[in-house]
Design a protein around this ligand. Structure first.
Ligand SMILES: Cc1ncc(COP(=O)(O)O)c(C=O)c1O
Length: 443
């Protein structure tokens, strides 16, 4: 007879029935998370974890936000679903609210999806329809999603299972001052050489065959890499010269993470489209979207929009998004994220003084990357990029000490909920300090 799930430890049931993203399934026993409150998650045994990376850089308002929970519950009771072809007051108001904080002086139109990868695929489809061109440029150190379309747009090795993938995606190296692909040690020179490299790629690919350039304005899971001053502006100018549409993937950077509504505002560069997900509902309901500037969106007044999803503009997502945007405004969340930058940087730089394994601290707003190295002089990464070794034992140690963080290869991503304060900063720093000491003892 089938054993009752209720009588078994959920972790055992999980191991038997759930496939977890990106990892080999054996020998894993993550805690079973039972509830969340503010910056903390609690497992089913009552152990508390400081979530200092907002889930997957998404829970910008922290866990257990009462206003969000109420809005979602009320919407579920009122209307659980209506097809996207109908009008919906919340859908209209959320699209307007996003346009209002977007880069086009309140203009622009939104196509809703259920996540970031889907949004990137749709943005590319729109760019192809709008330009009549088919090639798309993306950076090597990028992640744009995992399904075959978005997976092909992705630069790093999470792309590989999709190969050969979609035709027409051309990749380039973007600047990375700490590990320059252009042999520079100077950020301005890095930007200049990166733009020249891209110009050459555009020439060889044929500028009039390129529909769009899709880029994360701050590289997220590939190491929280900040582009040097002038690079994003240079991309804008290059796209203008050739009629290429500039698409910002704001899936991680959107809704306050960089200390502004969007990274486009923080860096003063206006894209033609941007994609979003994660923070739009503070991750309480799956929702993503493509925002399109009005001068392009009006093309679809006479041409059918070449995309659609059952869950486009799902009422629960709309209710959650509106409640999240209200909270972002009422709780001054974007300003708070901007104010977090200095105290976070100070604490991480202090850690860097104490720990030889901390090669570089970089970040903006409440979005930081800590690069772990074997040796500060040579900058040899603690685990190789695209290699098989991982920092998982370090992350497991942090978790055992009550701090949840994740990263990729040798970079630890730090992106606390935008409601975190000095007490949480100190707690996270103290745990990192202890775990780095243990890590270095084994080096
Ligand atoms: C920059 C970026 N784009 C796209 C995605 C994919 O979003 P989703 O997982 O919602 O499909 C992610 C996910 O982490 C991301 O970080």
């Amino acid at each position: 007879m089938r054993k009752s799930v209720l009588s078994e430890d959920p972790a055992d049931v999980h191991a038997r029935h759930v496939l977890t993203p990106w990892v080999a399934q054996g020998n894993r026993r993550p805690p079973t998370i039972a509830r969340g409150e503010g910056c903390y998650l609690y497992d089913d045994r009552g152990k508390r974890y400081l979530d200092f990376v907002s889930g997957l850089v998404a829970v910008n308002l922290g866990h257990g936000h009462a206003g969000l929970a109420k809005a979602i519950g009320e919407q579920a009771a009122r209307l659980g679903y209506a097809p996207p072809s109908f009008g919906d007051e919340h859908r209209a108001r959320l699209a307007q609210a996003i346009a209002e904080i977007g880069p086009w002086d309140g203009e622009g139109r939104i196509f809703f999806t259920t996540g970031g990868g889907e949004a990137n695929e749709d943005a590319v489809k729109f760019a192809r329809a709008l330009t009549g061109r088919h090639k798309v440029l993306t950076a090597y150190r990028s992640f744009h999603g995992s399904a075959p379309g978005a997976g092909t747009l992705t630069g790093e090795n999470r792309r590989w299972p999709n190969e050969p993938g979609l035709p027409g995606v051309v990749r380039f190296f973007a600047p990375f001052p700490y590990r320059s692909p252009f042999f520079t040690r100077d950020a301005a020179e890095e930007s200049t050489r990166a733009l020249a490299h891209l110009d050459e790629i555009v020439t060889f690919e044929g500028a009039d065959r390129i529909a769009a350039l899709l880029i994360e304005p701050v590289v997220g899971s590939n190491g929280v890499i900040l582009y040097p001053e002038g690079y994003l502006r240079g991309l804008r100018a290059m796209c203008n010269r050739h009629g290429i549409l500039l698409i910002f993937d704001e899936v991680m950077t959107g809704f306050g993470r960089t200390g502004a509504a969007f990274a486009s505002e923080r860096f003063g560069v206006v894209p033609d489209m941007f994609t979003f997900a994660k923070g739009v509902t503070s991750a309480y309901v799956p929702l993503g979207g493509v925002a399109v500037r009005e001068s392009l969106a009006s093309h679809f007044d006479v041409h059918p929009l070449p995309s659609g999803h059952t869950f486009s503009g799902h009422p629960l997502g709309m209710a959650a998004g509106l409640a999240a945007l209200d909270a972002y405004r009422d709780e001054n969340i974007f300003e708070r994220a901007r104010e977090m930058e200095t105290p976070l940087r100070a604490r991480f730089e202090e850690l860097q003084r104490r720990h030889r394994s901390l090669g570089e601290v970089r970040g903006v707003g409440a979005f930081f990357g800590l690069e772990l190295v074997r040796d500060r002089e040579s900058r040899e990464p603690l685990v190789a990029w695209q290699g098989t070794a991982s920092l998982q034992p370090f992350f497991n140690d942090l978790l055992a000490r009550g701090l949840y963080l994740f990263g990729r290869y040798n970079t630890v991503i730090v992106a606390p909920p935008l409601v975190a304060g000095p007490a949480e900063f100190d707690e996270a720093t103290a745990i990192l300090d202890a775990a780095l000491t243990t890590l270095e003892e084994g080096m």
